[in-house]
Design a protein around this ligand. Structure first.
Ligand SMILES: [Zn+2]
Ligand SMILES: [Zn+2]
Length: 255
C-alpha cells in the first residue's frame, strides 16, 4: 500500500508539473464533471455551479433584495459588519467544498488557476465602486501551517486575481502569529479574542497599509470572525478601508 501511495503521489506531481509547464492547452478533464475540456472547469459546470446570485454588499450572503450593487441586507443595515464590503463568488457547498478541500489539503495548488478564475468572474461589478487603486492581500497562514502545506491558498488566489484585474498585491501585509486550533468548544467571545491576538498587521508594512484601501482575499468566509480580526488589525494600522473578496461564502445554518 505504502509504495502504491508513494508512486501515486509522485505520478500526480509529475502530471501537475507537465500541465503547469505546458504552453499549449492540453486536453484535460473538468474537475467537476470529468468531461474532456480545454479548461479545468468546463463551461457547462461554470454555468450550472456559478449562478448569477444577487448578494448583499456587506455580508455577501445571497439576498432577495430588489437592486444589485453595494446595497445591504436587513441584517447588515441593523448591525453593519466592521469591514467596508465583501464580494463572494459562490455559496460554499457542492461542488466547491470538495474542490476547495483538494486545493487546501490535497496538494492541488494547480487548482488556484481555475478557482481564481471563478472569483474573478464575480468582480466586474465592484470595479465601478472605486477600488481600482486598492492594494490586494490575503488572509495569512501561520508559519507552521505554511510550512506543512507549502503554499497559502488565499495568496495563490489573491495574486492571480490581482493580476487579472491589474491591481497591486502584497502577500505580507498581515501576520498570523500562531495557530488557533482549539477553537471548538470555546464561545464566540473567546474565539474572537484568540483570533484578534493571532492576526496582526505586519510591523514592517505599516507604511504600505496607512491610508491605503485594502482588499483581502480568502478562500472561504464562514462566520466572518477571521474577517473581523483582519479588519481590526488593518484599521488599527491606519488602513482607509478594508474589503474582502472571497471565493465561497458559507450559508448560515438552516439558510
Ligand atoms: Zn464540467
Ligand atoms: Zn448583509
Amino acid at each position: 500500500m505504502a509504495w502504491a501511495m508513494k508512486f501515486g503521489a509522485a505520478w500526480q506531481r509529475a502530471a501537475v508539473a507537465i500541465r503547469e509547464r505546458s504552453t499549449t492547452p492540453l486536453p484535460r478533464q473538468c474537475e467537476i464533471c470529468l468531461a474532456w475540456s480545454a479548461t479545468s472547469l468546463c463551461g457547462d459546470c461554470l454555468q450550472r455551479f456559478v449562478p448569477a446570485t444577487l448578494r448583499c454588499g456587506g455580508c455577501a450572503l445571497p439576498w432577495n433584495g430588489q437592486s444589485a450593487g453595494d446595497l445591504r441586507c436587513g441584517a447588515c443595515l441593523r448591525q453593519a459588519p466592521p469591514w467596508d464590503g465583501c464580494i463572494a463568488a459562490v455559496d460554499y457547498g457542492f461542488p466547491w467544498d470538495g474542490l476547495i478541500g483538494r486545493f487546501k489539503f490535497g496538494q492541488r495548488s494547480d487548482l488556484a488557476v481555475p478557482l481564481a478564475g471563478v472569483l474573478r468572474r464575480a468582480l466586474p461589478q465592484v470595479r465601478t465602486t472605486g477600488t481600482a487603486g486598492a492594494l490586494v492581500t490575503a488572509v495569512p497562514l501561520s508559519e507552521q501551517r505554511l510550512a506543512e502545506r507549502g503554499y497559502n491558498q488565499a495568496w495563490e488566489l489573491a495574486r492571480r486575481v490581482a493580476q487579472a484585474v491589474g491591481m497591486s498585491a502584497d502577500p505580507a501585509l498581515l501576520l498570523r502569529c500562531r495557530d488557533t486550533p482549539h477553537q471548538v468548544g470555546l464561545d464566540r467571545k473567546a474565539r474572537q479574542r484568540n483570533l484578534r491576538q493571532a492576526l496582526l498587521a505586519n510591523p514592517d508594512k505599516l507604511k504600505s497599509i496607512a491610508g491605503q484601501e485594502i482588499i483581502v482575499v480568502d478562500d472561504v468566509m464562514t462566520t466572518g470572525m477571521t474577517a473581523e480580526a483582519v479588519t481590526l488589525a488593518l484599521r488599527q494600522a491606519g488602513a482607509r478601508s478594508v474589503r474582502f473578496w472571497v471565493l465561497a461564502r458559507t450559508l448560515p445554518a438552516g439558510g
